[in-house]
Design a protein around this ligand. Sequence first.
Ligand code: MN
Length: 512
Amino acid sequence: MKKRELLEHAKPHYEENQLLELEHAIDFATKAHIGQKRKSGEPYIIHPLHVADTLIDWGMDIDTVLAGVLHDTVEDTTATLHEIENLFGRDVAFLVDGVTKVSQARAGMQDLTNYLPQTKDNLSKLLIAVGQDVRVIIIKLADRLHNMSTLQHMSPEKQKKIARESLEVFAPMADRLGMGRVRMQIEELAFSYLDPSEFNRLKNLMQKRLGKSTRKLGIVRSEVESELAKHTINYVVNGRVKSIYSLHRKMLKVDNNIDDIYDLMALRVIVENKEDCYRTLGILHSMYQPMISRIKDYIAIPKPNGYQSLHTTVITPSKQIVEFQIRTFEMHEYAERGLAASFHYHEQKSNKDYSKRKGQSATLPAQLQWITQMQEVAQRLRDNEEISQDQLNIDLFGNRIFVYSPKGDLYNLPEGALPLDFAYLVHSDIGKHAYSFRVNGNIHAFDKPLQNGDVVEVVTRKMSQPKQAWQELVTTTHARNKLRAHLRQLGIIESLSGAAAIIREKAARKKK
Ligand code: MN
């Protein structure tokens, strides 16, 4: 990657004066990094230029690209943040500062000879703290991606450590941002270093399978294409092959039997609008037999990270099982690029919606409410509150689900959340007086986890009160704290320790 190539790449996407700024930043960084080398022996500057190149690919705004070029200058050279602010403005300096903070925290952890759980702990807290501007994380992802792709120059221990950290921290981050393609790239690279023999075994297994089915799939594909054309639907059909890492995860679920995996290869139908998505689904179901349990409507109910598509798996007359994913071009763009798609060079004003500074309240789409939650946690960390890693995992890194109140209000909960978690999230009085639950109209047990898209109704009784056993029936900190407070008010927690004291006393008397 050379200065000229990067400028060529940038040219169609930015205005004249922005390109001048970019050139200025490249010259500044080149001078600052002069004499420094990558582990590969190449001049260091190729790294920030690669990072900036990726950020242009992702369609990021000019400030982010500039920060990409400059991201290692403050940490690794004599350049100061002050200089950067003077030359390139406050926003760029803010971004470089965020990226530097993440790197410094990592450097502090690099002395650890073994990977410790705390590494993830510290790093995730840090990512959250700098997460007040999501663009910092996006730069960090581009940085990580280039470092992962040059990992062959590192020692085996370092390779494994970086690979694990990437898999545990950066891939979930990318997923949270809806950046599906980046998540996959990180996972594939990381897995190939963490477990090379399993990676190669699955790769071979997959290739053998695909060889057999590709021709048959071609027949299905042309059948579908001519049917869509008959219905005058504008479409693009392409095949998508399952990634090795996601195959690995799925194999663990199906006892290593590849015959139980139906979506090694899927056909993706991309159409113009939502109506055409449903029409396409109807056409497919009238051509082939759908597998009833595998129809998913992520358009009406998007995944918590904003992903939208219709999924269906069908059985062809020749008994071939084929998965289809149907989406609009817009949904496809989001599925691949996620939140990065919102920073598009041509809509730079929208950036401000995704950063929250000086008390400005962020206006985020519903599926990205977790960013607000992330910012709340960041605030608590800045206030030096202790938050346990377990809780961070549940609140931030686990999968999320959406549930609805009967009025249609949307609530975002961690996967595995129980009805009482929902009740306490709605209001602590509703939690306190919960008597029973109805989910999608049916009676629902206290210990049965909620699913994405459930409509949850809490039946309250004024006389109903929290019970001690409820402590086993909540999973979020929020619900747990509220419940404990209620139990204490009612004297239930204390009365228990009182009872325990009486039993102990009786036992002591018997001994005498
Ligand atoms: Mn870097």
